[in-house]
Design a protein around this ligand. Structure first.
Ligand SMILES: [Zn+2]
Length: 103
């Protein structure tokens, strides 16, 4: 797990993001909860994930750092406390992150 010591998107290069995604998919499964914000708003939690339907980037629901997907369609603005997508909220898949059980 990375700690979010004031890292901004500009400091994180693409290779690092690709590696993070590989690690995420290697260690976790994703349970689809729905699309768009729920009744209580966005599920901003480290146990949650948001998926860009265009580039399939899985964005952590951790509310401590802003983020953006590979194609730029999906973004997280922690100061505003929201997730956004150029294609609309319904284009955002909301997932629960489940650690894979070791075989
Ligand atoms: Zn994307």
């Amino acid at each position: 797990m990375r700690d979010s010591g004031g890292c901004s998107l500009r400091e994180v290069n693409r290779t690092e993001k690709v590696d993070e995604q590989k690690l995420l998919h290697a260690n976790y499964d994703f349970e689809h909860i729905g699309n768009g914000p729920g009744p209580g708003g966005w599920r901003m939690s480290p146990n949650g994930c948001f998926r860009c339907r265009d580039c399939e980037y899985m964005m952590s629901g951790d509310s401590s750092a802003s983020d953006q997907c590979f194609c730029g369609h999906l973004f997280k603005d922690v100061e505003a406390g929201r997730i956004g997508c150029v294609d609309g909220d319904d284009a955002i898949g909301v997932y629960r992150v489940v650690p894979k059980v070791a075989p």
